[in-house]
Design a protein around this ligand. Structure first.
Ligand SMILES: [Fe+2]
Ligand SMILES: [Fe+2]
Length: 678
């Protein structure tokens, strides 16, 4: 049962240490390729003849594709019956999308949107005066083929210049797959021709990115949408006109794949995207009206698709409370979601050398507790340009489920994925040690992507390179029942014991108390002591007293970890954050791996059996015969009844009536939206 809750933060250190052990983790970190990235290899995507031919004849050639920064981009709407659109145009008019079911163009609907005035240009000389956005709501059905056209300047007098026709096909919303990519970071491969119309790096990275997306669509042709884990583009500066032109040329590369005319993209804001408003102008994200977790580029948002809730956080914003508010709203808006998926850019449990235990670890303090608090099933990140998959992690602890079969069922904790490079524009080395929380990692220097398949009772991650070869192991989380978390079980038990309206037998109450004490002792032992750094980060975010700058860098030298050679690492020193003490300094001292380290690993078997004992004790509560009501809600003494979780659910049904106005034309105006955001 998923409930919002805050973890206990009062575990005594002595109790904690008593349960941490020198461990041999149950599944060694097998990797498809761990390699030392050398010299140019760190930023070489594809220099094949095939690439050069495409570059000269297509990207810079007859199709003149590199000049188009305004290609239409689809984005998931608030749920599977909605779809959002955004594109640039040379002039500002009234944007609209015409949509129809296959074979029913005569009954097409036209949905008007809004245009925001912009002034954008790229190195190829294209200029844009408007960012156009259209939202189509409550329209799409499952397993249906649609087509659409769009226009920058809709007019009801019939003189409308429509785009070419594009297709959009829906599948099942109860069983579907999505594509996951990270850090295409178009332009990051770098070249001597940066800041020019024929920039070799943008061409090279676009080619790799297009090949990745094309291959992904061959492997998952019915994918519902693509999740893009940030750093869509490389040019992080957004102040000078040259930088802005470069960003637009890179966006031309990002949106180049033809698949994106039919495949929605749910992106999150990377550190390279965050400085400019161009991200907001290019993407039409759903549920952004609260503007929580915002930076200049945009904010957190969420949407649902079938039984899955997707939440995108802007990890450039370090205000934990704002992210919590957004997650609360998302969860409350989708109380029945079976799966919770969160995506943000910073890899908080990754394995890449530049970031994983430095700036990204700073962000761990902010975001990891939220994944626990909201019972997130899988957390998708980027930033490291290397792939990693974690063990199941709860409050910084590995819960040591046996993952040797590539599956886990009804687990506690969150699975953390860090994506590799989606385009090949830049590769990073892996950390020289394997963090205790990493189950698998690889940094093979080939562009990569993942697919995630959702069914009613499973979530399966598969990993490929852009040639379609397997890039890393597959992994499945099964959810066979409404598996209550440790916190839920404890809360349920405490509610039963506090309930004075029913009198249970002493024996059954004692059994519950004993099992509850055992579970709470285990929970207290793995719970992190209160982290004083989170309040410091949240309260001082963006002020002169902020000890963090940029994307997680430590401002003051005296706050940094000092290594054995006297240099410093860009991470908070030991003693500043209890979560970092637990998740970094239990394994590293002065930058060196501690021999026989005592690591935060919890026995899954012990935890699950303690939890089961409480669940059974709740079910076994026996009402005293002389006070029992004939149809008591309690379970029988045999312990086989399902526990009453004590939850009640209020269902609010909102009935909407639709007003259909026939205009006597082949088009029906479904909706006229004048709001700035959909
Ligand atoms: Fe990146
Ligand atoms: Fe990044």
């Amino acid at each position: 049962m998923k409930n919002n809750k805050k973890l206990l933060k009062k575990a005594a250190a002595a109790v904690l240490v008593s349960t941490l052990t020198v461990v041999s983790l149950p599944f060694s970190a097998f990797a498809y390729g761990e390699k030392e990235v050398q010299g140019d290899e760190s930023k070489v995507a594809d220099n094949t003849v095939e690439f050069q031919t495409w570059r000269d004849n297509v990207w810079w050639g007859g199709e003149n594709a590199s000049s188009d920064s305004g290609k239409i981009a689809l984005t998931p709407g608030a749920d599977e019956s909605d779809l959002n659109f955004a594109w640039y145009s040379n002039d500002k008019g009234t944007p609209a999308v015409m949509i129809w079911k296959d074979g029913q163009k005569s009954e097409a609907a036209v949905v008007k949107g809004t245009a925001t005035e912009i002034s954008a240009e790229n190195w190829q000389g294209s200029t844009y005066a408007a960012s156009n956005k259209v939202c189509i709501e409550d329209y799409f059905e499952e397993n249906t083929q649609y087509y659409y056209q769009y226009t920058d300047n809709y007019s009801e007098n019939g003189n409308v210049e429509w785009s070419a026709e594009y297709s959009y096909k829906t599948g099942s919303s109860s069983s579907f797959s999505v594509i996951l990519t990270g850090d295409p970071q178009i332009g990051a491969s770098g070249s001597s021709s940066d800041y020019s119309a024929q920039d070799a790096s943008t061409a090279r990275d676009t080619y790799g990115w297009n090949k990745t997306v094309t291959t992904a669509m061959q492997i998952a042709p019915d994918a519902a949408f693509l999740l893009s884990a940030g750093d869509q583009i490389n040019q992080s500066g957004a102040t000078s006109s040259d930088d802005l032109k470069t960003r637009e040329s890179e966006y031309a590369g990002y949106f180049y794949p033809e698949a994106f005319r039919s495949l929605p993209v749910a992106s999150t804001i990377g550190n390279h995207d965050t400085a400019g408003v161009d991200y907001t102008n290019h993407f039409n994200n759903p549920n952004i009206s609260d503007n929580l977790g915002a930076t200049e580029a945009g904010s957190d948002y969420y949407f649902s698709y079938g039984d899955v809730l997707f939440i995108s956080l802007n990890s450039n914003n370090r205000n934990q409370e704002e992210h919590r508010q957004l997650m609360n709203k998302a969860v409350e808006s989708n109380p029945d979601a079976k799966w919770r998926v969160v995506i943000f850019h910073s890899d908080i449990y990754g394995s890449g050398e530049p970031h994983a235990d430095t700036d990204a670890a700073t962000n761990r303090i902010i975001f990891a507790p939220l994944m626990d608090e909201f019972d997130v099933d899988i957390c998708l990140t980027g930033h490291d340009h290397t792939y990693s998959r974690s063990y199941m992690i709860l409050d910084g602890n590995v819960i040591d489920y046996d993952l040797s079969s590539g599956t886990v069922t009804n687990p506690e904790g969150t699975l953390y994925i860090t994506t590799g490079s989606g385009s090949g524009s830049k590769y990073y080395n892996l950390l020289k040690y394997t963090p205790y929380y990493i189950a698998e990692r690889t940094n093979d220097t080939v562009p990569a992507f993942s697919t995630i398949e959702f069914t009613d009772d499973s979530l399966t991650l598969k990993n490929y390179d852009y040639n379609g070869n397997t890039y890393a192991d597959s992994f499945t989380i099964n959810k066979t029942s409404e598996n209550a978390s440790v916190e839920d079980v404890i809360a349920d038990a405490e509610a039963k014991l506090a309930d004075t309206t029913v009198e249970y037998t002493e024996e059954s109450v004692d059994k519950l108390k004993t099992s509850l004490d055992s579970l709470k002792t285990i929970q207290a032992a793995y719970t992190t002591a209160e982290d004083k750094m989170i309040d410091d980060i949240t309260e001082n975010y963006g002020t002169d007293n902020d000890r963090i700058k940029g994307y997680g860098s430590i401002v003051n030298n005296e706050d940094k970890d000092v290594l054995a050679d006297g240099s410093t690492a860009n991470r908070l020193k030991q003693g500043e954050s209890s979560l970092l003490d637990k998740t970094i300094y239990s394994q590293l001292q002065q930058g060196e791996v501690v021999a026989d380290a005592v690591l935060p690993v919890v026995s899954a078997e012990t935890l699950e059996s303690a939890k089961t004992a409480v669940v059974n004790a709740i079910a076994g509560l026996t009402v005293k015969q002389d006070t029992a009501a004939p149809d008591s809600t309690t379970g029988g003494a045999d312990g086989e009844s399902s526990p009453d979780t004590g939850d009640s659910m209020t269902r609010i049904f909102i009935f909407a009536s639709a007003l259909v106005v026939s205009l006597g034309t082949v088009f029906v105006i479904l909706r006229k939206r004048e709001e700035e955001n959909c």
